[in-house]
Design a protein around this ligand. Structure first.
Ligand code: WTA
Length: 569
C-alpha cells in the first residue's frame, strides 16, 4: 500500500470535493459565458474578445520564447486585432462557417492566431502536429477534404499538394507573393493590403463544429474527432478546478496544439480564464525548459510523464541551478505517471505533480487529482464533479471496487465529441452499453473512488504520451520495397513509457542488416512522423496471424515481447 500525499496548505478553486459532487450541475457554469446573457455563441469571443470588452485588453495573452532567446508578448487587445485581421483575409478568400481550416505551423504565436481566426469565422479548425510528414498530412487532410491550409514555407514542403485534390487555398505566414492561379496566398501581403473588420466574428451555435483532431486507434487510419463550441463549458470549469487558474497566473502547457492537450489546455482553457500563456518553441532540453520556467515565472505548469522522467534523469544538480519559486501547481497527462516521478517532483519543486486523465474523444479532463485533495501515487485521481465513471466487465456490468475492467464514463457530458467525421459506426462503437462511453482503457477503482490505470484493451501505442496507431505505421512500412509484412506494437520503455517496435517479414531479395533497419526507421520518420518511427526492428520469417481472416496478431507479438523482457530481468 502506498501512502497518500496530503494537499499543500492553501485555498483552491475547488475546496470541498464531496460537497461539490453532490450539488454541482453543469448548467451552473453557463452563467460564466457571454452567450448566457446575449445568446451569441463563439469560442473565440469567449477566449479573446470578451476580455477586451471587459477592459482587460492590456493584459498579456501570449508570451513567446523563441529558440534564439528572443521574447515577444501579445496582449489580449493585440490578439483580438490580429485574429480579426486574419479572419477578414480568410473570409475574403472564401472561408465560411463549417469549412475545415488546417493549421500546420510550429509552436509559436502564429498557430494560436491562425486557430482563433478560423474559429472566429465559424470554421472547424484542424491543427496538425508539427512533426508530421507527407503521409501523415495527406491522410488527415484528405479524410475531411480540407480546402484551406495555413502554414509556412518550410512546412509547406511536407504538404503533398498533388495528392490533395480538395485543397484549394494555401495561406503562407511567411509567403512572399500571392499566386491566385496556384492557390498560394502570401499572408504578409494579404494582411498588408486588406482591411481589418473588427466585427468579422460570426455567431454560431453551441453544437456547431469547433475543431477536429485526428487520433489513432488500433485499426485503420486516424479518425477525425470533431468537437463543438459547447466544449467550452467543461474546458472552462476544469481550467478552474483542475488547473486552478486565477487571473494573474502565468501558465505553460508544453504540448503542441496538434495534440488535443495543446489545443484544449494550451489554447482554450487558459484563454477562457484570461491568463498569460507561455509558448516555448524548439526541441526539449532539460536546461531550456528550466530556463523557460525561471525566465517567464510560470506559476501553473501542465506537462507529461516522459518530460518529467527526462528532467528527473538530469538530476537535482541541474534543477538546483534555477529559481523555480514562482511555480505553484503542476499537472501531468497522457500516459501513466509513475509514483517515483511524483516523489521526485516533491523534492525538485516542493510541489505535488497532479495526474489527470482524459482523451481526444472526451474533449476535457474527466478524472483528476485536485489540488485540495490527497494524491494516491499511482492513481489518476477521481472523477471531477459532474462526471461519473465506473469500471465495467465485458457485458457492461459495473464491477466491484478493486477489480480490473473497462474504464467507462456516464454519457453525455458537455465536452464529449460531437461526431467522428463521416464514421457513425466508429462513433457508436464507443457506446456499446446503454448510457456509457467506453474508453478503451483498463482500470480499477479503490473504495474511495480513485482510478488506477492498468493499460489499454486494444493495440494502441502510447509513446511519450503520443497516441500512435500501429496500422498507420504498418501501412507506411509496407510501402517500402523491402517490406512484405509488418506487425507493430508498443514495447515497454523506462523513459518513453513505450517505444514503437516493428516485426517485419522482408521481401525476397532483401537481407537483414543494420543499415536496412536504419533505412526503415528513417523511412517512417520522413514519410509519417518521427514519433511514430520504430526505434526497434526485428526481422522475422513469418508473423502470427488469425486462422480465419489471416489478420496479424499484434497481441501475440506483444505477449512474446513481454515474455522476452521478463526473462531478461
Ligand atoms: C492515455 C490525451 C495513463 C490513455 C489527453 C488514453 C493516460 C489516451 C493518461 C488518450 C493518464 C491519458 N494515465 N494513461 N493520466 N491520460 N492516457 O487522445 O490510454 O492523445 O486513452 O488524449 O492516453 O490519448 P489522447
Amino acid at each position: 500500500m502506498t501512502t497518500s500525499i496530503p494537499p499543500l496548505a492553501g485555498q483552491f478553486q475547488l475546496q470541498d470535493y464531496e460537497n461539490t459532487r453532490e450539488t454541482f450541475r453543469w448548467e451552473d457554469v453557463h452563467t460564466q459565458f457571454n452567450w448566457y446573457s446575449t445568446g451569441n455563441v463563439n469560442m473565440a469571443h469567449e477566449c479573446v474578445d470578451r476580455h477586451v470588452e471587459n477592459g482587460k485588453g492590456d493584459r498579456i495573452a501570449l508570451r513567446f520564447l523563441a529558440d534564439d532567446g528572443r521574447e515577444t508578448t501579445t496582449t489580449y487587445a493585440q490578439l483580438k486585432e490580429e485574429t480579426d485581421h486574419l479572419a477578414t483575409v480568410l473570409a475574403h478568400r472564401g472561408v465560411q462557417e463549417g469549412d475545415f481550416v488546417f493549421v500546420f505551423l510550429p509552436k509559436e504565436p502564429s498557430v494560436y492566431v491562425a486557430m482563433l481566426a478560423a474559429i472566429k469565422l465559424g470554421a472547424v479548425v484542424a491543427p496538425l502536429f508539427e512533426a508530421f510528414m507527407e503521409d501523415g498530412v495527406r491522410d488527415r487532410m484528405n479524410d475531411c477534404e480540407g480546402k484551406y491550409l495555413i502554414t509556412n514555407e518550410a512546412f509547406y514542403k511536407r504538404v503533398p499538394r498533388g495528392e490533395l485534390p480538395a485543397l484549394s487555398h494555401v495561406f503562407l505566414t511567411d509567403g512572399k507573393k500571392t499566386n491566385e492561379a496556384e492557390g498560394i496566398f502570401s499572408l504578409p501581403s494579404e494582411l498588408a493590403a486588406g482591411e481589418r473588420d473588427p466585427h468579422i466574428l460570426r455567431w454560431v451555435s453551441l453544437d456547431s463544429g469547433l475543431n477536429i483532431h485526428y487520433t489513432s486507434g488500433s485499426t485503420g487510419k486516424p479518425k477525425g474527432i470533431v468537437h463543438a463550441h459547447r466544449v467550452m463549458i467543461q474546458q472552462y470549469q476544469t481550467g478552474k478546478w483542475v488547473l486552478d487558474l486565477r487571473e494573474d497566473d502565468v501558465y505553460w502547457c508544453t504540448a503542441h496544439p496538434g495534440w488535443v492537450t495543446g489545443t484544449v489546455y494550451g489554447v482554450f482553457a487558459p484563454l477562457l480564464h484570461g491568463v498569460e500563456i507561455v509558448i516555448v518553441s524548439g526541441r526539449f532540453t532539460a536546461e531550456g525548459w528550466y530556463q523557460a520556467l525561471e525566465k517567464t515565472g510560470v506559476t501553473v505548469w501542465y506537462s507529461a510523464p516522459t518530460a518529467f522522467r527526462m528532467l528527473m534523469a538530469q538530476g537535482a544538480e541541474l534543477t538546483n541551478q534555477f529559481d523555480l519559486s514562482s511555480l505553484r501547481h503542476i499537472m501531468s497527462v497522457g500516459e501513466p505517471l509513475n509514483p517515483e516521478v511524483i516523489y521526485w517532483g516533491q523534492k525538485a519543486f516542493n510541489l505535488r505533480i497532479h495526474d489527470t486523465w482524459w482523451m481526444t474523444e472526451t474533449g476535457a479532463q474527466l478524472v483528476a487529482n485536485l489540488p485540495s485533495q490527497p494524491i494516491k501515487p499511482g492513481s489518476m485521481g477521481r472523477a471531477i464533479p459532474g462526471i461519473t465513471v465506473a469500471v465495467l466487465d465485458d457485458e457492461g456490468n459495473e464491477l466491484p471496487r478493486g477489480e480490473i475492467g473497462h474504464l467507462a464514463v456516464q454519457a453525455p457530458w458537455p465536452a464529449l465529441m460531437k461526431e467522428v467525421w463521416r464514421n457513425e459506426e466508429k462513433f457508436q462503437s464507443y457506446f456499446p452499453f446503454e448510457g456509457w462511453y467506453v474508453s478503451g482503457d483498463l482500470a480499477r477503482q479503490d473504495d474511495d473512488g480513485y482510478v488506477f490505470f492498468q493499460g489499454r484493451s486494444d493495440d494502441m501505442i502510447n509513446s511519450s504520451g503520443e497516441r500512435i496507431g500501429p496500422f498507420e505505421v504498418e501501412s507506411t512500412l509496407i510501402s517500402h520495397p523491402a517490406v512484405a509484412e509488418a506487425g507493430v506494437i508498443g514495447k515497454p520503455d523506462p523513459v518513453r513509457g513505450e517505444i514503437v517496435k516493428a516485426f517485419l517479414v522482408l521481401r525476397n531479395g532483401y537481407e537483414e542488416s543494420e543499415s536496412l533497419k536504419e533505412e526503415l526507421y528513417r523511412y517512417v520518420k520522413t514519410h509519417l512522423a518521427g514519433h511514430a518511427a520504430p526505434r526497434e526492428i526485428q526481422i522475422v520469417s513469418s508473423l502470427p496471424k488469425t486462422k480465419i481472416s489471416g489478420k496479424i496478431l499484434r497481441r501475440e507479438l506483444k505477449r512474446l515481447e513481454l515474455e522476452k523482457l521478463s526473462l531478461q530481468r
